[in-house]
Design a binder for this molecule. Sequence first.
Ligand SMILES: [Zn+2]
Length: 113
Amino acid sequence: MDKSQIARFRDILTKRRDELRRGLNKEEPQDAHDFGRDEGDRANFSQSKEMAFRQKAQDRGLLLQVEAAISRIESGTFGECMNCEQEISINRLNAVPWSRYCITCQELIAERR
Ligand SMILES: [Zn+2]
C-alpha cells in the first residue's frame, strides 16, 4: 500500500475514532423518575435506554478496533492480515478500514465460532 493510501486511511480512522469517543462521552439519559410519565412512557424509555446501552457496547468494541488499526498504521503493519500476513484487499479496507484479517482468514475465523 502506498503512502497516500495509508494517509487516507489514517484520516478516516482518526475521524471515526473521534466520533466514537464523542458519542461514548455523552451524558447518559436521565432516569425515568420524573413525574408526569405514564406506564407506556416508562416502558418506551427503558427500551430506548436498553438500545442506547447496546449501541454503546457496540461502539466501545468498534472504538477498540479502530484504535488498534491506528496503532497498526503507526507500526507499519496496517493492511496486513494479522493471521497470514498477506495484504488485505483494498476493497475490503475501503469497506471496513479496521479489518484485521483478509477475507479468507475472516471466513475461517467466522466458521470456527
Ligand atoms: Zn489472512
